[in-house]
Design a protein around this ligand. Structure first.
Ligand SMILES: O=P(O)(O)O[C@@H]1C[C@H](O)[C@@H](CO)O1
Ligand SMILES: Nc1nc2[nH]cnc2c(=O)[nH]1
Length: 352
């Protein structure tokens, strides 16, 4: 399963699909989105209605969900970000990791670290959530070159999904082959206990059901195809590697394989919502990962993900238990040593 070593130029890492015609802004191709209210010509000679320009969004928040705006993260911009990073570190990562809430300490284990605060990276969004340090850490883990996001971007922070996922494309252009997403999630499956680990076998893309997908908007074939399959989103071979590590670590009693879903957040779920999710076969619910995996699969990365079950999803009304972010972070800290060992050994077996 060895990956190939990275090369120095970001654009050398693309899928190799012949293209060059997809910079919509540059070549004047029509955008495929519908006109918004008040745009374009009015009916039957009536003057076009124009809306007053919206007030500017807060600095880190883009105007929402506009497929058109997605083109502000063109291939060239993502390439620029990757080259910015590659020119400032000698590490050529083959594994990219997103650390979930409370799981950022994994990055502290890296050797020969090069750390970039998100605010210092051109075009990068910034993290606003407690438990997400907001920096990109390059280094070596078990001799494997790795890049870790200590802090991810969530939809509930105000970012559209394509913006949340832009760092995944940066990883691709950095030369990453294997993508690992980790998250904290509420456990729906009754067999799961707080502190357990769920290897993602699959996901349900609820936000995608409604068309909210990071790939919405103009497709650039240099990243991946217009209609990517998702039937093997979680690489079966990588799942097997993880299971062999779990066996050798003798932690099979706390590790499960299951189905994750992402809801928009930031509120946790009502009991009725949780009962519905359970009925649909969801084992764990969170607020991330699904769109990152969609983006990673689209650009040809081999994906693996796990959830740390940070809280129990209580579906009864007569209970004092309520989900809260402190518990989520505390569970992460409590499980940090096992998770670090699991990831380190997994990486070694995948790309060591
Ligand atoms: O970033 P992840 O998905 O690990 O974080 C989860 C979802 C929310 O950000 C937070 C809620 O406590 O934990
Ligand atoms: N949606 C959701 N996200 C979480 N992240 C950590 N716990 C939870 C939870 O119970 N629900």
């Amino acid at each position: 399963m060895n990956g190939t070593s990275a090369t120095a130029s970001a654009s050398a890492h693309v899928n190799g699909r012949a293209n060059g015609h997809l910079n919509r802004k540059a070549n004047g191709h029509a955008h495929a989105h519908a006109l918004g209210e008040g745009e374009g010509e009015g009916q039957a000679g009536a003057p076009a209605r124009r809306k007053a320009p919206p007030s500017p969004p807060p600095p880190h928040v883009a105007a929402h969900d506009e497929a058109d705006e997605q083109s502000s993260y063109t291939f060239e911009i993502v390439d620029e970000v990757a080259n910015f990073l590659l020119s400032r570190t000698v590490v050529r990562p083959t594994v990219g990791i997103i650390c979930g809430t409370g799981l950022g300490s994994l990055a502290e284990k890296l050797e020969d670290k090069a750390i970039f605060k998100y605010e210092d990276i051109p075009h990068f969004p910034v993290s606003s959530v407690e438990g997400h340090a907001g920096q990109l850490v390059f280094g070596r883990l078990e001799g494997v070159s790795v890049v870790c996001m200590q802090g991810r971007f969530h939809y509930y922070e105000g970012y559209p999904l394509w913006k949340c996922c832009m760092p995944v494309r940066v990883m691709k252009l950095l030369g990453v082959k294997y993508f690992i997403a980790t998250n904290a999630a509420g456990g729906l499956n009754e067999r799961y206990k707080v502190g357990d680990i769920m290897i993602l076998r699959d996901h349900v893309n609820f936000m995608g059901f409604a068309g909210n997908n990071p790939l919405r908007g103009a497709n650039d074939d240099r990243f991946g195809p217009r209609f990517p399959p998702m039937s093997k989103a979680y690489d079966p071979e990588l799942i097997d590697v993880a299971k062999s590590v779990v066996k050798d670590m003798n932690i099979g009693d706390i590790v499960h394989e299951g189905v994750y879903t992402c809801l928009g957040g930031p509120c946790y779920e009502t009991q009725a919502e949780l009962r519905l999710l359970k009925l649909l076969g969801i084992d764990a619910v969170g607020m991330s990962t699904v769109h990152e995996i969609v983006t990673a699969v689209h650009c040809g990365l081999r994906c693996f993900a796990f959830s740390l079950i940070s809280n129990e999803c209580v579906t009864e009304y007569n209970t004092e238990a309520e989900a809260n972010h402190e518990e989520v972070m505390d569970t992460g800290k409590m499980r940090a040593p096992i998770l670090q060992a699991l990831v380190a050994e997994f990486i070694k077996r995948v790309d060591g």
